[in-house]
Design a protein around this ligand. Structure first.
Ligand code: HEC
Ligand code: HEC
Length: 156
């Protein structure tokens, strides 16, 4: 006697195996065709080992009176050039003007009071180590257009 149940199951099994293989093939084909579609980073579609698009020449902007802040506790943007001021282990060029000692004479704003507080909440006489590398938080601006549209709105 013919066992129809057995035939059915083995047929469905091989069918589902075929479907699986086809789907896998389709997936592989998709993976290979993806780069040809439009995956493009800000760097352009140049391969990593090729030279990138040439960067335009931009000028660091000076903003008299400083830049407006967009949110509370924002590190203010730097409104002047900084290429001459070095920050090394021994010396911090920014403090020549922004330190407690120098700021009056240099007519520069003094670093925030928060810059003297350690991570444990102690207030120091000198700048806290965690505020030593100023450019971690403060950056100048150049006259370039934004790379991507920015719809952020600052608080009033
Ligand atoms: C030769 C003096 C001098 C040096 C050195 C200097 N600055 Fe300044 N900085 C100023 C003056 C003056 C202003 C105020 C400019 C204005 O408001 O028009 C200013 C403004 C700023 C502001 C804006 C503060 C605010 O409240 O808007 C930041 C941030 C700043 N400087 C960071 C730095 C950093 C970081 C360095 C080192 C890489 C540095 N500065 C080096 C003189 C200096
Ligand atoms: C970890 C981030 C961070 C680092 C590092 C840092 N700052 Fe700031 N800075 C801030 C923030 C946030 C503010 C605004 C709030 C405040 O005053 O704490 C600020 C404020 C300032 C202001 C304006 C102060 C005021 O009263 O308006 C100056 C000037 C400044 N920083 C200079 C410096 C200099 C110079 C250095 C390096 C010696 C430095 N900052 C390092 C985050 C930082």
């Amino acid at each position: 006697m013919l066992n129809t149940k057995k035939i059915m199951t083995s047929n469905t099994k091989s069918l589902s195996r075929k479907v699986m293989t086809l789907m896998l093939l389709a997936l592989v084909a998709m993976m290979f065709s993806l780069p040809a579609m439009s995956v493009e980073s800000l760097r352009g579609d140049k391969p990593l080992d090729a030279k990138s698009v040439k960067v335009g020449k931009y000028k660091v902007q000076s903003e008299e009176g400083g830049y407006e802040r967009n949110f509370e506790k924002q590190p203010p943007l730097i409104p002047h050039k900084i290429d001459k001021y070095r920050i090394t282990l021994k010396n911090n060029g920014c403090l020549k003007c922004h330190s407690e000692k120098a700021y009056k004479k240099e007519k520069a704003p003094k670093v925030g009071d928060s810059h003297y507080i350690t991570r444990d909440g102690k207030t120091l006489e000198h700048i806290s180590k965690r505020r030593y590398f100023c450019n971690q938080c403060h950056v100048p601006q150049v006259n370039s257009d934004p790379l991507v549209e920015n719809i952020y709105e600052g608080v009033e």
